[in-house]
Ligand binder design. Structure first.
Ligand SMILES: NC(=O)CC[C@H](N)C(=O)O
Length: 367
């Protein structure tokens, strides 16, 4: 049986702690910041989300791979996580809509994945000790070498990663005859955001991360969008400049995740790296405008400073994360500029937050 032939693997954390597992596919080593996602489903969307670039993903759901992969359920054209750490890896899958196995998908993307890890213990450890760099490796006999290599991996704090995942050339999404045109700055955009904008009747031009405001505005869009993406928002000076120019000219702007952080920075509000981020599809947020709770999909390791946001004359906090009171959404009082830290349309249902896409489209329609 294949299972019995699996090679041993280790997870070595930057503080020297070691966990054990088995290699699912290829052998070798993979480095990154270790973080965990609590979603019970949606592994393919997680693995292909550009916001996870450079991160080793621990999935807390006990079974990964059991429903295979489907060509439509990707957030970008390739796997973006640096490596996968899971409990039970399913080599068999069962689902009518599957196009193939997760094992093949990981191998096609040359991703190092390890299974049979005590993920409960690992998650509890990271939860208590904070996000940190780690290496997963099948070189189990050479821990000292791995330690040296791990010491050279940059910290996520201060790391610019948008340039690694952004499109090189502009491209278009949606119906070119749609009534609304949106210029989107790709600092790591997920396909689902583009789908959500396009299905509400807009035509989107997606620009590379280092485009200028003039590049975007020369297309004459009705509004502007700043995407999600990986890494620290602080070094994204060009994107902050674009946001400043849009705000200065009083043009409509919507931002999600990394884009939300960039909008805050453009307004002089600082960002910080959280002890542990929020990663999962069931995170409770309170909408301070309606007073209602919403279930949201979150994936972030940085957040915007709450005191500075509260002290800002022209910014109102619209959403807060219920568990720890971090800012989850803001709006500029005098402008059509707003953003959220999470991905709207997480869990379709009564508390779905996808109305944010409608709000943005309505602003552009009534412009
Ligand atoms: N989903 C995102 O866009 C993440 C934003 C940023 N990279 C963070 O970790 O906070």
């Amino acid at each position: 049986m294949k299972y019995q032939k699996l090679k041993k693997a280790v997870i070595l954390l930057a503080d020297g702690t070691i966990f054990h597992g088995k290699a699912v596919g290829r052998e070798g080593s993979a480095f990154g910041e270790v973080c965990f996602n609590t979603g019970m489903t949606g592994y393919q969307e997680i693995f292909t989300d550009p916001s996870y670039y450079g991160q080793l993903m621990v999935t807390t759901n006990a079974h990964i791979g059991n429903y295979g992969v489907n060509n439509e359920e990707v957030e970008s054209d390739s796997i973006k996580i640096a490596g996968l750490i899971c409990k039970n890896f399913s080599y068999n899958f069962s689902r009518d809509a599957a196009d193939g196995s997760l094992e093949d998908f990981l191998n096609e993307n040359n991703l190092l994945a390890i299974s049979d890890v005590d993920t409960r213990a690992l998650v509890a450890y990271i939860r208590d000790n904070g996000a940190m760099n780690a290496v997963i490796s099948t070189e189990t006999d050479n821990i000292e070498k791995l330690k040296k290599e791990l010491a050279n991996i940059p910290n996520m704090n201060g790391l610019e990663l948008a340039s690694k995942v952004s499109t090189k050339e502009p491209y278009f999404v949606g119906d070119e005859n749609a009534p609304i045109k949106i210029a989107a700055l790709d600092i790591g955009i997920k396909k689902n955001i583009l789908r959500n904008l396009a299905k509400r009747g807009s035509y989107i031009k997606v620009f590379p991360y280092n485009s200028t405001f003039e590049d975007l505005s020369s297309w004459n869009p009705d509004g502007y969008f700043l995407s999600n993406g990986p890494g620290d928002p602080e070094p994204l000076i060009e994107a902050q400049e674009v946001a400043k120019e849009i705000i200065k000219r009083d043009l409509p702007l919507f931002g999600i995740c990394l884009g939300h952080q960039v909008i805050a920075l453009a307004n002089g509000i600082s960002t910080y790296k959280m002890h542990n981020g929020h990663r999962g599809i069931n995170h409770p947020v309170k909408n301070l405008v309606t007073g209602k709770g919403e279930i949201t999909s979150q994936n972030h390791g940085f957040a915007i400073n709450r005191e500075e946001t509260e002290a800002h004359d022209d910014i109102e906090i619209t959403h807060v994360h219920l568990n720890d009171n971090t800012v989850a959404g803001i709006k500029m009082k005098s402008k059509n500029v707003f953003s959220v830290q999470y991905h709207p349309e997480a869990s379709p249902g009564p508390n779905d937050s996808s109305y944010l896409f409608d709000d943005f489209i309505n602003i552009l329609k009534n412009k």
